[in-house]
Structures are given as structure tokens and as C-alpha cells.
Design a protein around this ligand. Structure first.
Ligand SMILES: C[S@@+](CC[C@H](N)C(=O)[O-])C[C@H]1O[C@@H](n2cnc3c(N)ncnc32)[C@H](O)[C@@H]1O
Length: 191
């Protein structure tokens, strides 16, 4: 995953409408690329929490943390489908929600935790070249898809739609944006 993904990460941070002193959690934080920007947005009085299921990813995030983050950054190894936090101001998840077999119930839990929830997801569509890239992503993560059901790209698309629907159903207002020729969608919800 490239660092900026065509400005998507910055756009997600803006959509979170973070204020100084906010607490924000990023589910599936991976190597911590967003966490640095989150901490910058909330300042030293705020708290950014990165959650990832992979110890290897958190090691990479920790290395980044040691360089760029401050003492208010916390990294937790946990399953984002069972959030290890109870109440925060905002939730971010980039390229994660479509990895869950049941994204609806997970997004609902995230909406219960926070006033603002922003998710960025792949949105397979009519762009053939982009779909080849997304098929590669689905293939790399194929253990997370049911290969007997349908092809991973179709499941990726369906899960993104379900995640967006969950946000609509559980937040008062939602906004959706399409980026990079419609291959990436950002959905933002406010309670
Ligand atoms: C495609 S990467 C995206 C990483 C990061 N959000 C980014 O945009 O660079 C997906 C991440 O989700 C994590 N992940 C997958 N399933 C998870 C789960 N159930 N709970 C927490 N993290 C999970 C993976 O370990 C991986 O770091």
C-alpha cells in the first residue's frame, strides 16, 4: 500500500473533523502510516490508538512511532471486530472493512463507539485495469474470503457496499466520495 494512495489518507483525516485533544482509534492500522497524521491532527493533548491483529504490522507501526509519534500514541494488538476500546471521538479504518466476513456488524460496533466514523474501501467497478489490481489485493488476502462462494473481487465489492450501508443505518448523517477513478470510496458518518 503506497504511503499517500493519491491523497486518500489526507482526505480521510479531513473527513474525521478532528479537534485538538480528541481521542481517535484506527482499526487495522497496519504499519502506522495514518497514525502519525492522526496524532498531528489532535495534537499532544489528544490520543491516537492504533489497533491491528498482526504483531508484525504493529512492530512496523512501533518503529514508525518511535520516530514520529508521541507518548499519547498507543498501539494495541487486538481484533477490530471486538473493539478493545469503549468510547472515542472518532474511528478510522482504511482498506480494512472489506476484509471482514460480516462488515455490517463490525461497522455497527464502531458507530456505537464514536461520534465520527470514516472508512476508506476498495470499490471494484467498471475500470478493468483497476480491477486487476484489486483482484491482486483480494488474492493476497484470499484466506479472508470464502473461495467456495464467489470470486474474491465480487465479495470485496459486496462487503464494501454492506460497510457503507451499515454506516448509513447507524449514523445520523453520512457522506460518500469516490476517488481514483471510482476505485476507492471514502464513507464518513456523524452521529
Ligand atoms: C490492507 S492493510 C491496511 C493497513 C492500513 N490501514 C493502511 O491503510 O495502510 C489491512 C490491515 O488490517 C489488519 N487486519 C485484518 N484483519 C483484522 C482484524 N480482524 N482486526 C484488526 N486488524 C486486522 C491487517 O493485519 C492489516 O494490517
Amino acid at each position: 500500500m503506497t504511503a499517500s494512495v493519491g491523497g486518500i489518507r489526507q482526505r480521510c483525516i479531513e473527513a474525521l473533523e478532528l479537534k485538538t485533544g480528541d481521542t481517535v482509534v484506527e482499526f487495522g492500522c497496519g504499519p502506522g502510516i495514518n497514525i502519525v497524521k492522526l496524532q498531528e491532527a489532535i495534537g499532544p493533548s489528544g490520543k491516537a490508538v492504533g489497533v491491528d491483529i498482526s504483531a508484525n504490522m504493529l512492530c512496523r507501526a512501533k518503529a514508525r512511532a518511535d520516530k514520529h509519534m508521541n507518548s499519547c500514541t498507543e498501539l494495541i494488538q487486538a481484533d477490530a471486530t471486538e473493539p478493545p476500546v469503549h468510547s472515542v471521538d472518532a474511528v478510522l479504518a482504511t482498506f480494512v472493512s472489506s476484509l471482514f466476513p460480516d462488515p455490517y456488524s463490525v461497522i455497527k460496533k464502531w458507530c456505537d463507539l464514536a461520534d465520527r466514523v470514516v472508512i476508506a474501501s476498495f470499490t471494484p467497478g467498471s475500470n478493468t485495469v483497476a480491477n486487476i489490481g484489486l483482484a491482486g489485493f483480494a488474492q493476497l488476502n484470499k484466506r479472508l474470503f470464502d473461495l467456495k462462494q464467489s470470486n474474491p473481487l465480487t465479495q470485496l465489492q459486496k462487503r464494501t457496499e454492506i460497510a457503507h450501508q451499515a454506516l448509513k443505518d447507524h449514523m445520523s448523517t453520512t457522506n460518500q466520495e469516490a476517488h481514483l477513478w471510482g476505485t476507492i470510496g471514502i464513507a464518513a458518518g456523524k452521529s
